[in-house]
Design a protein around this ligand. Structure first.
Ligand SMILES: Cc1ncc(COP(=O)(O)O)c(C=O)c1O
Length: 394
């Protein structure tokens, strides 16, 4: 009998978004004119001053191991950035540097979850959450999506699920990937109150927190009364400043949990890339507000374009996202009239019209399709032409 990987790894599926992006890239490489709106990566390059800091780090020989939780100067700069940008109050030893938001979420869940603990996940959710909980030996409990409530669960529903499953914690992600939902401050406060009453940990993935539209405001649960002591905040510059490939993030929380995450990171990763830490330090020292504003104007123009265009296509509906850079299109009417599901829609869009998007079922919201608008306007214009051609074909 050949040796086989364990049962836990068998429960981990490949990331659906990465698989679709890889498929689209393969077709592009084969010369097909694919428009790929699958990936969650800004189409803008890493800003030059941040990239230059990475280059300088190499030139200055900053290429060796750092402390597992990150260079002290960066931890301190992270604490200041979280304070000045989001009103969070952390000391340098309550902030650590991880390898991407993904890495931070992994460390946080590993440090919090006991075997078999239920962790609540609100659908639609970012594809990696259930796998990350499973890898921490926890039990992911998914609360069905509430599209009719603007994709924000009310506190009573969360309370009932927490009680039913005796949950240990909850994963929150606002602004949300894929829905773009941003709850009002009162809604965040109500969720924090439930977490306090049920003594839940909150793992708050805030990686899109500076990408907001229509006057939406980001409120971290850690900034609210009763939130700080139970929240692990994950944030950074991945999506706002295209540090996607640099693999950096901040994890912030009460000292004991940050120390636990640091011990775990020291054993499984060592430290976040030293060169990238220098780039992140440059981003903290100057987060380039003018560049961010320019990006937001571009994202907003694309968002408005998609909302206007897609809502004119019979059978499709798009509620304007309030954050991040995804359009989560409601295709339930078309699914029903054609007797197909969202996976088939995405297959048809790619096969027949060379348009790559992600089926909602990857985010536990079947009947929906996610298009990323982190893509140039001419690509989006052509994408709408193809989407309309697909929707109007008999
Ligand atoms: C909600 C959410 N969290 C985390 C990540 C991963 O971020 P990073 O590249 O910093 O690991 C993503 C990337 O798509 C995301 O959408």
């Amino acid at each position: 009998m050949p040796l086989v990987p364990n049962a836990r790894s068998a429960r981990i599926a490949e990331s659906a978004t990465l698989a679709i992006t890889a498929n689209a890239a393969k077709r592009k490489a084969a010369g097909q004119d694919v428009i790929s709106l699958g990936a969650g990566e800004p189409d803008f390059p890493t800003p030059a001053p941040i990239a230059a800091a990475g280059i300088r780090a190499i030139e200055q020989g900053k290429t060796r191991y750092t402390a597992a939780s990150g260079v002290p100067e960066l931890r301190a700069a992270g604490a200041r950035w979280l304070g000045s940008t989001f009103g969070l109050s952390y000391g340098p030893d309550e902030v650590m540097v991880c390898s991407g938001a993904k890495g931070a979420l992994h460390m946080a869940l590993d440090a919090i979850v006991e075997p078999g603990d239920a962790v609540l996940i609100l659908a639609p959710y970012w594809v990696s959450y259930p796998a990350l909980v499973t890898m921490a030996d926890g039990d992911p409990v998914v609360l069905p999506a509430v599209p009719d409530q603007g994709f924000v669960h009310d506190a009573r529903t969360i309370d009932a699920a927490a009680a039913k499953h005796r949950a240990k914690g909850i994963l929150l992600n606002f602004p949300n990937n894929p829905s773009g939902a941003v709850p009002d401050p009162a809604q965040v406060a109500a969720i924090v109150d439930v977490c306090k009453a049920r003594d839940l940990w909150i793992v708050s993935d805030e990686i899109y927190s500076t990408l907001l539209y229509d006057g939406a405001a980001h409120v971290s649960p850690a900034s609210l009364p009763g939130g700080r002591e139970r929240t692990v905040v994950v944030n950074g510059f991945t999506k706002s400043h295209t540090l996607t490939g640099w693999r950096t993030s901040f994890l912030a929380g009460p000292r004991a949990v940050v120390e636990a995450c640091g011990r775990i990171q020291s054993q499984v990763l060592g430290n976040a890339c030293t060169i990238s830490q220098e780039a992140m330090l440059a981003a903290c020292h100057d987060p380039l507000p003018d560049e961010l504003a320019r990006r937001m104007r571009a994202f907003d123009e694309r968002r408005r374009f998609l909302v206007a265009e897609i809502n004119q296509i019979p059978g499709l509906k798009l509620t304007a996202p309030r954050g991040a850079f995804y359009a989560l299109v409601d295709a339930r009417a078309l699914c029903a009239s054609r007797g197909i599901d969202d996976v088939q829609i995405c297959e048809q869009l790619l096969d027949r019209h060379l348009l790559a998007a992600v089926p909602g079922s990857a985010f536990a919201i079947p009947g929906f399709v996610r298009f990323s608008y982190a893509a140039a306007m001419d690509q989006l214009r052509e994408a709408v032409v193809r989407l309309r051609a697909w929707a109007e074909a008999k």
